[in-house]
Design a protein around this ligand. Sequence first.
Ligand code: TYD
Ligand code: MG
Length: 433
Amino acid sequence: MAKTHSQYVCQQCGYSQVGWAGKCPNCSSWGSLVETLMATGEGKKGKAKSQKKVEPISLISVSSKKTSRLSTKISELDRVLGGGLVPGQVVLIAGEPGIGKSTMLLQLADKLRNALYVSGEESAAQVKVRADRLGIKNKTLKFLEETDVDTIVDSFDGPSLVVIDSIQTMTTDDLSGLAGSVGQVRECAFRLLKRAKEGDVPLFMVGHVTKEGTVAGPAVLAHIVDTILWFEGDKSLTLRLLRAVKNRFGPTDEVGIFEMEDKGLLPLTNAEKIFLTKARAEVPGSVVSSILQGTRPLLVEIQSLIVPTKMAFPKRVAQGVDARRLEMLLAVLIRRCGLPLYEYDVFVNVAGGIKVVEPAADLAIILSIASSFFDKPVAKSVMALGEVGLLGEVREVVAEEKRVKEAKRLGFSRPVTQKEIKYVNEVVKKLLR
Ligand code: TYD
Ligand code: MG
């Protein structure tokens, strides 16, 4: 291996120097100097050009390899990964502190034979407390309390899975920067990834998130890993969503749903109705719709409350729906259905604390506001589905049939979609007057 030394390289202009300074002396940009390993002397640049000629090959002639997937034995995790782990797959799992990343990975390591769990955040005693809580009895599960990435890479012999908790605590002696610095995170992630690929070992790395809600550390981290899983949920509630935001070996936007219990995370396989109140009564302002989470339709309840305003500018409060979208839908209701909502405060909420981002819930929002306005409940069996345009027209949504079918299966026998209703004023007349 060529000898290396570390230098600070500016990410803006490429200028390099030995010591660190806040500002790049060349292009004057702040904070752009990142510690980087450089080859000394006979480096890459100094090498004589290789005489080897490379020939492109016909893609058709490459024999297709069927990748065998290793099941994680956690149904919802398998779903998010696209059917299990691929040998050498590198997964970055990110989320707020306390959301359950360590819990999930310890449960995963317990499910497999010969997994290695490396923690740079917690001591063996601390992890043992969690393991006891989770009821872990697996004798083949190995634990390592270590932050030196080179030591970890050397102990990679034979595990079926390696967990690094977290990449921000790892360091290499070849760089002088602190753990968590851009240079350290980049170099450590790269070394671990290289070892995982060589040994065909699946690797999970925990990543911290920044205040802005992105993975902390260098942008390249997101590019070099195969899969990025995002762990989210309201920490005050027990529900947790695991989302694939990048996946080289499967679909993205697939979502795993878990519940955080006192014995760890439990996959929720019958999640279709999780966001609905158990005993739903016919109350004005409540309408059920169906949203897609990955490929799975979930039923959600939209609730609205309309009260006469005492202000010059009436209040519009949106929980779980986009505030701008709500403004637009209110404009449609005022203009196309003639409801004088400019004299009312409007509160809209999605029950269960889930966010609705697709326009498929438009019709349900409109219907729920109108239902509250007329103080008339919508029948319990109704499931409203449709995007609403500025002309008041109801449009078809993706996977409409699938959602309707699923809703029918769960007892919502009266779907209201663009099939029956072309304009929003019809829906208000038909269901509420
Ligand atoms: P943890 O996995 O430590 O979160 P992260 O690694 O993402 O920071 O989870 C911490 C929270 O989960 C903590 O508030 C306690 C809770 N918890 C449970 O509710 N049940 C359990 O069985 C475990 C292990 C943790
Ligand atoms: Mg943790």
